[in-house]
Design a binder for this molecule. Structure first.
Ligand code: ZN
Ligand code: ZN
Length: 336
């Protein structure tokens, strides 16, 4: 079968590989769609010193199951949790499966990733998607990431919220914040991100702050500042996100950067204003049933985020397009 490999910087290969037999607790999935994630871009730009398979936002059809598998059957339409919890570690047993880092990881299981024809997954990772179209099902995993960010920020009815960064996760979180009862939701992005800004307005943003034209701190928020900030941009954006928080405000952050890891904040402001900075990291992947419900019921139309579709053989072109042309791209999906 065919499987895409990446090596930094931005080298790609489609290889013909032989798939191993599945184990008794594994499932073979014929891949129908796989979303391109920001982390795939990180991998391509600097995190793959050697050739590696990639892609983790997978939807497809179960082709074969191991003889211990009972939760899913051949022919089921499914999405894969990019990683899951182990059930055995102290965090899991103490009821914090969200903190588990011992669980199955789709990629660690195999020598192939979501950008390929098939993938072998642990049975625990496989979730039935019902009738959702595959390209939309590829957005279940990132929607779960947006949920984690939303819950981390503890958005409450009538909160004023700022979303920093309008990638797919930022846009999804913006809409979820609005659906959760936020009053004003502000979006901060460069003015060149036209398509993303349009979508933010469509998703209910009250205003867009063009960060290439004005500092966040200079913007006149209706309440002086905001109650919650959702940061989906690199760490260097955290200090100004903290500056616009009202007393008691919470900033939830998701947006690693391997080059600039350190930031400086004003600890006295942090103390006197009783601010909180919280990290969101959706591994293990959670909330799939909730995401499937929202997409399936039409409550969240993820199609509005899919701007580009590519075939597997054009993965190189897809990745280069995303690298070079962010203005009109939101989410790209690789289709069978
Ligand atoms: Zn991802
Ligand atoms: Zn665990």
């Amino acid at each position: 079968m065919k499987s895409a490999y990446v090596k930094s910087p931005y080298q790609f290969e489609i290889r013909d590989i032989v798939l191993r037999e599945i184990g008794p607790d594994e499932v073979l999935v014929k891949i129908k769609a796989c979303g391109i994630c920001g982390s795939d871009m990180h991998t391509a730009s600097s995190q793959a010193p050697d050739w590696t398979p990639f892609g983790h936002e997978v939807a497809g059809i179960v082709e074969k199951i191991g003889h211990h598998v009972e939760n899913i059957k051949a022919g089921d339409r499914v999405a894969l949790e990019s990683s899951t919890f182990c059930r055995y570690c102290s965090n899991c047993r103490n009821g914090r499966v969200d903190l588990c880092h011992e669980g199955q990881n789709a990629m660690a299981n195999s020598d192939h990733g979501g950008f390929g024809e098939y993938i072998i997954a642990a049975k625990e990772q496989v979730v039935n998607i019902g009738n959702i179209p595959f390209e939309e099902a590829a957005l279940i995993e990132p929607l779960g990431v947006a949920f984690d960010l939303l819950y981390t920020a503890d958005i409450r009815l009538n909160d004023d919220v700022l979303v920093v960064g309008l990638g797919p996760i930022g846009l999804m979180a913006l809409k979820l914040a609005k659906l959760s009862g936020a009053r004003n939701v502000y979006a901060a992005a460069r003015s060149t991100s036209e398509k993303r800004i349009q979508t933010a307005m469509k998703f209910g943003a009250s205003a867009v702050i063009h960060t290439d034209k004005i500092n966040l701190e200079e913007y006149r928020f209706a309440r002086g500042g905001v109650d919650k900030v959702l940061v989906t941009d690199p760490p260097k954006t955290i200090p100004s996100a903290l500056k616009v928080l009202n007393y008691g405000g919470i900033a939830a952050y998701l947006g690693f950067d391997f080059d600039e890891e350190n930031i400086t904040i004003n600890a006295n402001d942090f103390h006197f204003k009783r601010l909180q900075l919280r990290a969101s990291f959706a591994a293990p992947a959670l909330y799939f049933p909730r995401c499937i419900d929202m997409i399936g019921s039409g409550m969240f139309d993820v199609k509005e985020l899919i701007t580009h579709r590519f075939k597997l053989e054009n993965i190189k072109q897809a990745m280069e397009t995303l690298r070079d042309n962010k203005a009109d791209i939101i989410k790209m999906v690789i289709l069978e």
